[in-house]
Write a protein that binds this ligand. Structure first.
Ligand SMILES: C[S@@+](CC[C@H](N)C(=O)[O-])C[C@H]1O[C@@H](n2cnc3c(N)ncnc32)[C@H](O)[C@@H]1O
Length: 440
């Protein structure tokens, strides 16, 4: 007795109290600890669960086996079905597009003049040798919207085919095209009539053009310091390098400014170079820069004059292999005239290479450019929201290559006169590979 009592009394000091209590309270069960423990836990869980917020209960539920076994497969299945619905409509749209294209090709073969303008643009958009011009592309995009609208309206009518009459197209285009100064509706749809809908003319946010010569004459000394950090921030150097890498043979640079392209000049590929700008002080800085950098390059000329007067300024038989311009179109009084003059001064096979800034492909960027256009004009005499593609179309030039940067506000363009052939190094890689002729 004494011994047992001693043992009994020593136990509480060695084993934590709760085990002793559990052991003693369940004499009928040989292994009561776990059992009770479990019961205790589940009771606790229930109590705890009641205290949880709905959100926490939901999280607990997502971690339970019930969720994994029953709800999860249902969720997967619904997600797949949901994804399939738009996929079905997308594929159905492609199917109709393809079907319609076949009809258009047939129509073209039978009688090309019976094609509607939409059909003509649609076929041209698939023709690699005859790309859509910027204005045509704009128009085609508007017609594509019309097609989408038609599909939406006929979502459950699978037989309906988009086949608008010229009048439907006309109505849609007049409704959609921006025409804040309300030009009259064209009697016949053609590229010439589209001129009435030009963004550059009818968007009131685009400032009226001005002669900026005096402004840049006064700005000349501080110009480089004022723009250098902005240009470094957006790596404009690489774009200028691209521009100058295309300057070959006899080169004319219009709106040369202070000669910011000179650091990227490739003397080995240039026979002669002429710099021209309407601001005398800008030309002077450009001259100093070039003479410092290339003292041995003798075939260089400097001129003060306007791009609009180029054909009058240039001696009648002087023509160029490359005419380049950087950020000049936005500052000209008549940029289209300048482009037309450039085209006249090109040698056969010559190229115009532009590095310009203007409207973007993104509407939210354009809204910002439009919003700030007045301030930009006041600060830099620069119309930074111009549609450069429209200017090129208006001047009647062909686009050989187009690259866009900085959310597509920087336009890097290589242009040619319409009759000139495309060189082999300008052909797309696959055309070169298969020897396809892409001359227009
Ligand atoms: C924004 S600056 C660009 C200068 C330079 N090309 C550059 O990349 O830094 C515009 C330049 O165009 C010139 N300019 C403005 N109107 C012109 C015109 N009608 N003909 C030729 N140059 C003109 C200005 O004098 C100015 O030097």
């Amino acid at each position: 007795m004494i011994i047992r009592s001693t043992v009994y009394h020593r136990i509480p000091y060695r084993i934590p109290y709760r085990y002793v209590r559990l052991y003693s309270s369940s004499s009928s069960n040989p292994f009561p600890i776990n059992d009770n423990n479990k019961r205790g836990k589940s009771n606790n869980n229930n109590n705890n669960n009641n205290k949880l917020s709905n959100w926490q209960k939901f999280i607990n539920y997502t971690q339970s086996s019930k969720f994994e076994d029953k709800t999860m497969p249902k969720l997967y299945l619904s997600a797949i079905i949901l994804a399939l619905v738009p996929f079905y409509f997308y594929m159905r749209d492609r199917y109709y597009e393809d079907k319609q294209l076949k009809i258009m090709y047939k129509k073209k073969e039978e009688n090309a003049s019976s094609l509607t303008e939409y059909e003509y643009l649609a076929l041209k958009s698939f023709n690699k040798n005859d790309k859509l011009k910027p204005l045509e592309l704009k128009k085609y995009k508007l017609y594509q919207l019309m097609r989408k609208e038609f599909r939406r309206q006929n979502l459950f009518n699978s037989d309906a085919m988009f086949n608008p009459s010229p009048k439907d197209l006309d109505d849609w285009y007049s409704k959609q095209a921006r025409k804040s100064s309300a030009p009259e509706k064209p009697s016949q749809l053609s590229l010439e009539n589209d001129i009435k809908y030009l963004e550059n003319e009818h968007n009131p946010k685009i400032q009226k053009s001005e002669d900026t010569t005096n402004f840049y004459d006064l700005k000349a000394k501080e110009y480089d310091d004022a723009v250098k950090w902005e240009e470094r921030g957006i790596f404009m150097g690489s774009k200028r390098k691209w521009l100058m890498s295309h300057a070959k043979g006899d080169v004319l640079e219009i709106s040369c400014g202070t000669g910011r392209n000179i650091p990227y000049f490739y003397p080995q590929q240039v026979k002669s170079i002429t710099f021209i700008d309407s601001a005398r002080n800008m030309v002077q800085i450009c001259k100093d820069k070039f003479e410092n950098s290339y003292p041995n390059f003798k075939k260089v000329a400097y001129a003060v004059g306007k791009g609009e007067d180029l054909t009058k300024l240039s001696s009648s038989n002087m023509k160029y292999d490359t005419i380049i311009e950087a950020f000049g179109l936005c500052c000209h009084k008549n940029p289209v005239q300048v482009l037309k003059n450039m085209s006249q001064l090109l040698k056969p096979g010559g190229r115009i290479v532009l590095l310009e800034h203007g409207r973007s492909n993104w509407e939210f960027i354009n809204n910002h450019l439009d919003f700030r256009s007045e301030k930009r004009m006041a600060k830099w005499k620069c119309r930074w929201n111009l549609d450069i593609g429209e200017l090129i179309d208006e001047a009647g030039l062909d686009i050989v290559k187009e690259k866009r940067a900085h959310l597509s506000t920087t336009w890097m363009m290589i242009l040619k006169k319409p009759g000139d052939p495309i060189n082999s190094d300008e052909k797309p890689f696959l055309d070169k590979l298969f020897g396809r002729d892409v001359n227009r």
